[in-house]
Write a protein that binds this ligand. Sequence first.
Ligand code: HEC
Length: 161
Amino acid sequence: MTDASKAVRRPRPKAALAIVALVLLAFLLLIAYMLVDNSAGASTATLSEDSYAAELALALDGADADIGAGLINEYECYTCHVLGDGSQSPLFDGIGIFAGERRPPLSAEQYLYEAIVLPGVFIVEDYSDSMPNNYDERLSQQEVGHMIAYLLTLTEEPPTY
Ligand code: HEC
């Protein structure tokens, strides 16, 4: 009886070594998995051509660029995006051309939707995460759609208000 319990308490050195090796291996695998996951980018991992499809179907139904121009004025988006010199916030000039290139595989519509409703998910290079992040509460899906329709018309000239 005493002998048996001693045997349990003192595992043989070889078994102990095997356990340590297994724990180490599991740990290394975990680190490797985390590294691979990070290099894919947490926010790009789930992107696809279907991203925001349901939201966009609703938002773009009846979207009107003229209404969008009025909303961008009303919500004062232009204070950062039109009146600035481009150093603090990216200017809207030509956004209808490059929006579709910003974040493949997102289309221009998908990218603009994300940029307005979830501005913290992707930060335009050389800028900081300083865009207000409450437009998803302040704007209806239709209002976002009107804004997207307007932004898509900005293919050459600087926008005017
Ligand atoms: C306080 C300044 C500020 C206001 C107000 C603001 N934004 Fe922004 N916006 C930014 C900054 C800074 C960025 C770049 C950082 C980022 O990607 O989030 C940005 C990025 C964007 C982009 C992506 C631009 C690109 O070149 O890819 C879009 C689209 C956009 N904003 C739309 C809007 C709309 C629409 C409104 C109003 C409803 C608005 N923003 C209000 C500061 C602002």
